[in-house]
Design a binder for this molecule. Structure first.
Ligand SMILES: C[S@@+](CC[C@H](N)C(=O)[O-])C[C@H]1O[C@@H](n2cnc3c(N)ncnc32)[C@H](O)[C@@H]1O
Length: 269
């Protein structure tokens, strides 16, 4: 079914007379002194429209808006997942391409039963996003205590519960899992029980820098079962990371590039 929208230029006084006769809805697009440009679904007799737009009913009824910011309000389309981030010391406001690449890749590779570890969670932006994609165990780690404090606060502001944050490194998690059974038993009620008893996560996220990957990648790759999603790889550093992944017998399933930054989804060969 098609819907017609008429664009008119109309004298304001004429418009007022028409409205007194019979009220109808319209939107003012432009005001040029007494002449208004309006859009309406009413066909006005004896006035030639500047334009007739044909819109399919489904588009008209169910079409989505672009996000609009007005003062303290942000109007978002109904499918969007809002993430509130308070400006702080930690990296991860969503402005950086590497964070954006991570968010896009995560959407396609995390399902609702996947456990997720976010290595270098910064503000917690990716940890919070993960909790919107899965009902399983989600944890963010960072070696910076300020980042962890801010990530906890951001998760609270997003009403995200059942998400864990901890000052630690990939190596700390590997050490927990390698403990003997009896020692592990002491930690059964610990918040980090997942690290002690399962150890590897379905999906591991790591938006780090190349010099950190050079040191940490061998530890990080031991922590994922299905996918490792990484970013923070700048310009021609992608050659270096590809060699490192190849040496670790890992396979690149997807590469995404935004401006000068690369991101990869990695799986086991
Ligand atoms: C580029 S920020 C990423 C923040 C956020 N995840 C994002 O995507 O916007 C990298 C973070 O990793 C942390 N980091 C660096 N080396 C780390 C390590 N070995 N283990 C854990 N966190 C680390 C830093 O403190 C920093 O907060």
């Amino acid at each position: 079914m098609e819907y017609q929208i008429f664009i008119y230029e109309i004298d304001k006084d004429v418009l007022e007379d028409l409205l007194i006769e019979e009220a109808f809805g319209f939107e003012i697009l432009e005001k040029k002194e007494n002449v208004w440009k309006i859009s309406t679904d009413k066909k006005i007799e004896n006035l030639e429209p500047l334009e007739i737009k044909k819109i399919s009913y489904s588009e008209f009824e169910f079409g989505e808006i672009e996000p609009i910011k007005e003062d303290i309000f942000v109007i978002i389309p109904s499918y969007a997942i809002p993430i509130r981030i308070k400006k702080g010391m930690a990296f991860g406001t969503g402005l950086h391409e590497s964070t954006q690449i991570m968010l896009t890749l995560m959407k396609d590779f995390i399902n609702k039963y996947d456990s997720v570890l976010d290595v270098g969670c910064g503000s917690g932006i990716l940890t919070i996003a993960s909790k919107h994609l899965t009902n399983s165990y989600v944890k963010g780690i960072d070696l910076d205590p300020i980042a962890i404090k801010e990530a906890i606060e951001n998760a609270k502001n997003n009403n995200i519960k059942d998400v864990y944050f901890e000052v630690s490194t990939p190596l700390d998690i590997l050490k927990r899992n390698s403990l003997d059974k009896n020692t592990k038993k002491e930690y059964i009620k610990d918040e980090c029980f997942y690290d002690y008893f399962i150890g590897a996560y379905d999906v591991v996220l790591a938006n780090l820098e190349m010099h950190i990957f050079e040191k940490e990648l061998p530890n990080i790759v031991k922590l994922f079962k299905k996918y490792l999603i990484i970013s923070g790889i700048y310009k021609d550093e992608d050659k270096l990371i590809k060699d490192m992944l190849n040496n670790l017998n890992l396979k690149i399933l997807k590469q995404t590039t935004k401006n000068d930054w690369h991101g990869f989804v990695i799986g086991n060969c």
